[in-house]
Design a binder for this molecule. Structure first.
Ligand code: G
Ligand code: G
Ligand code: MN
Ligand code: NA
Length: 250
């Protein structure tokens, strides 16, 4: 497969880049952090989205080196932003299988000088369900470094309340399907309200994904959802554009 050959060379060719999407505090509308989202700038095909190459990278054993690059790059970038603005990084379930993740995260923090409290890692339910004992051990070790852990895409897959109970999450990111339905469907509204209340009872932060309109934002704020992320505040943008966004929404 040509794409496989290219993917194996992409790191050496320096073809990956991180885009950053702001996450705001619903009470103040100010930026709290940015989510780092990888893209592959292919020498012939242009910008390729992660959905089109992350599964392949997982399959052919490249997710560890790519994931390490993501962590180093995101931490180095965030160290240049004004405090306390943080960065969140998506971690593949495959990265949890190896024992190297802890070392990789530690190295990224040390090399960048980023305060651990400013780093967040996002994992999905899949990571929690596969090898849950190993994952739990790694998550506890990561938390000892001082960073925070989010459950990504909550409600989209087989999210279970027991994983909120058993795993040391600091934050729940509510899948954008519920935000989309917020104003049309009583069910989505009830789910957002319930998850937000649940988070508050568990001392976890609730972040709504996919916020595209002012009225969605207002509804989320009134229901006590603490953070919002979505096109209303900005699409994922290049690192060079981040300072201007901070100036505007910081
Ligand atoms: O930005 P975009 O909507 O194209 O992202 C699509 C998916 O790719 C999202 O589910 C996101 O979590 C995932 N993704 C983005 N960046 C990374 C990354 O650096 N590592 C991993 N493992 N997944 C990522
Ligand atoms: O799975 P994860 O939540 O990590 O995926 C994040 C992806 O969601 C990003 O790739 C981004 O492009 C996409 N996204 C972010 N904000 C919005 C939004 O407001 N609407 C839609 N439709 N997608 C969004
Ligand atoms: Mn994410
Ligand atoms: Na998500």
């Amino acid at each position: 497969r040509a794409v496989e050959v290219d993917l194996r060379q992409a790191l050496e060719r320096d073809e990956f880049e991180l885009h950053y999407q702001p996450i705001v505090d619903t009470a103040t509308r100010r930026i709290r952090s940015f989510e780092a989202l990888i893209r592959w700038r292919h020498h012939e095909r242009g910008l390729i989205s992660p959905d089109a190459f992350i599964p392949l990278a997982e399959e052919i054993g490249l997710i560890a080196p790519i994931g390490a690059w993501v962590l180093r790059e995101a931490c180095a970038r965030a160290a240049q932003w004004p405090e306390p603005i943080g960065v969140s990084v998506n971690i593949s379930p495959v990265q949890f299988a190896g024992r190297k993740l802890l070392e990789t995260v530690e190295m990224a923090l040390v090399m960048s000088g980023l305060a651990p409290e400013r780093l967040e890692i996002e994992i999905t339910e899949t990571a929690v369900l596969q090898n849950s004992d190993t994952t739990l051990g790694v998550l506890r070790d990561l938390k000892k470094l001082g960073l925070r852990i989010s459950m990504d895409d909550f409600g989209a897959g087989y999210s279970s309340l027991s994983s909120l109970q058993s795993f040391p999450f600091d934050k729940v990111k509510i899948d954008r399907a519920f935000t989309r339905g917020l104003e049309q469907s009583r069910k989505s509204d009830a789910i957002i309200t319930a998850v937000t209340n649940l988070c508050s009872g568990l001392d976890m932060c609730a972040t709504a994904e996919g916020v595209e309109t002012e009225s969605q934002f207002e509804a989320l704020r009134r229901r006590g959802c603490q953070e919002a992320q979505g096109y209303l505040f900005g699409r994922p943008c290049m690192a060079e554009e981040v300072p201007a966004l901070i100036a505007q929404l910081g």
